[in-house]
Design a protein around this ligand. Sequence first.
Ligand SMILES: *Cc1c(COP(=O)(O)O)cnc(C)c1O
Length: 401
Amino acid sequence: MSKKKEKKNWKTSTLSIHGYEKINKAYHSVSTPIVHTSNYYFDNCQQVWEFMKAKREGRVFREHEYGRYGNPTQRECERKLAAMEGAERAILFSTGMSAVILTIMAFMKPGGHIIFTNDCYRQTRDFATNFLGNFGIEITMVEPNAKAIEAAIKPNTNIIFTESPTNPYLRVVDLKSIVKVAKKHKIMTIIDATLATPYNIKPLEFGIDVVVHSATKYLGGHNDLLAGVTLGSNELLEPLNKLQRMIGAIPGPLTCFLLERGLKTFALRMEHHNRAGQAIAEMLEKHPKIERVWYPGLKSHPDYKTAKSQMKGFGSVITFLIKGDKKKTWKFIDSLELFLITPSLGGSESLVTQMSTMSFFDYPEEYRQSIGMVDNLVRIALGLEDIDDLIEDLKRALDKI
Ligand SMILES: *Cc1c(COP(=O)(O)O)cnc(C)c1O
């Protein structure tokens, strides 16, 4: 750690390519070789003995032992992700949701209480509301602000789990005030910062304890892999490390190769995503066929001030209401040429979804309405196409309704 502290003040783009330092690679290969193996052999019994002895003493004699514990491309991605986030440690998972769920499981306590902020990722919400009760964990869903969180704190509260920006309404939580409340009550804080990415905010710098990302999104960046990552201090993440080794919900060697490749262009891609998001949100807000737009970089967004004060940019997810009913909304979506109809975000291809059908179809109508999933609500996730081409495509599709 002291060594890392001495390192130059490298920026995200440099860190995503080299990590905190340049390291030697097998065969002097520039990219990290993919090691497709389930286990790693020892040369003789003496080596096994040395390995086990070192492990017991917390030393590293040799890194790899068995595939469920990790693989070389995974370690390389973890090293870079930790550097980008300013964390001591990153642990990669097979998906964003395995990172979210296992992180909660590593820290939850029987009889404990977890506060979640609402408008959170659908599967996180379902895990909280449908599963945590089975483990004897109480949960409360509150508005994404420090006041609501503090009001929900009980004597048994041990985790505050937030998300920022949220999805689809892109609510931004004020990290300073949440950390203040959490520290006052000695409660640990976990944030799913998938939509922000370490390019736009580094929650650990604000005092948040643990950060989770779906690396499927901006970090991977090409709509071609699934992965998740949890970041924090070595000490804090040790229980999660143990759980991870037991379960082995790790991304395979090839997935990690793709993720590492994606990380090399991460900062460049984020600059484009931020620029595209702002330009297109502003265009949509002025458009006569649009009723309302949610984007944290717009003055009209309820969390504009907070977002401006703590984030570098706001990414490329934009949510809006079409003026009209379901039929018009479908017509608009079906008229788009450059947007693929599918959930997810943060990749090279632009995507579009009508949230009420795509993500909340199986919820009862009344509940769906109560969480704001109305039929004319559209979410777009801009890709890396030319911004003017995207604007033209959106305008052309809006002209059709
Ligand atoms: C996509 C997403 C997840 C889940 O990630 P997967 O990689 O799809 O499992 C969790 N949280 C947020 C905010 C997401 O956008």
